[in-house]
Design a protein around this ligand. Structure first.
Ligand SMILES: [Zn+2]
Length: 152
């Protein structure tokens, strides 16, 4: 999935789970984009010099930055520095990214173990992404926008 899809998915998951404070949503937004810093052309990776290219070369795409080990480590760092509520918001963003990627490819959840996991729906990833965006639009049109009203 692309960065916009991850951002929409993460923030929507956060709002549905009751995270409405701007600081929480900012953490969710960054956490939902963070795993893709293993690609220099990703939404977040294009603003970070050198590191994305190094991560893409080794250990590779959807490995270290998509692992539950790194997610747990970063979640612990957020917990230790900002407290439990913000660690929960970080987890929402990070895990939303991982779940969405499981539907569009294979992820090394337990990196450095080489096993990769994915949930194939039998259609090309571009159709899954387009379908998810269409479903999100329908949900908004049918009243899902009410969840975002508390943000104003
Ligand atoms: Zn990803």
């Amino acid at each position: 999935m692309n960065g916009a899809s991850h951002l929409i998915g993460g923030v929507t998951a956060g709002v549905l789970l009751g995270h409405h404070h701007p600081a929480e949503l900012a953490i969710i937004a960054v956490a939902s984009l963070l795993p893709d810093i293993d690609r220099p052309n990703s939404l977040l990776g294009r603003f970070i010099p050198v590191l994305p290219a190094l991560l893409e070369r080794s250990p590779g795409k959807r490995t270290l930055t998509h692992s539950l080990c790194l997610g747990g480590l970063l979640g612990w760092a957020v917990y230790a520095s900002a407290g439990p509520p913000y660690a929960a918001t970080f987890a929402v963003g990070f895990l939303s990214h991982i779940v969405l990627d499981l539907f569009t490819g294979r992820v090394a959840l337990f990196w450095p173990l080489p096993a990769r996991f994915g949930l194939s729906l039998g259609v090309p990833p571009v159709f899954i992404e387009a379908g998810a965006l269409a479903a999100w639009g329908v949900w908004l049109a049918l009243g899902g926008y009410r969840y975002f009203i508390n943000l104003l």
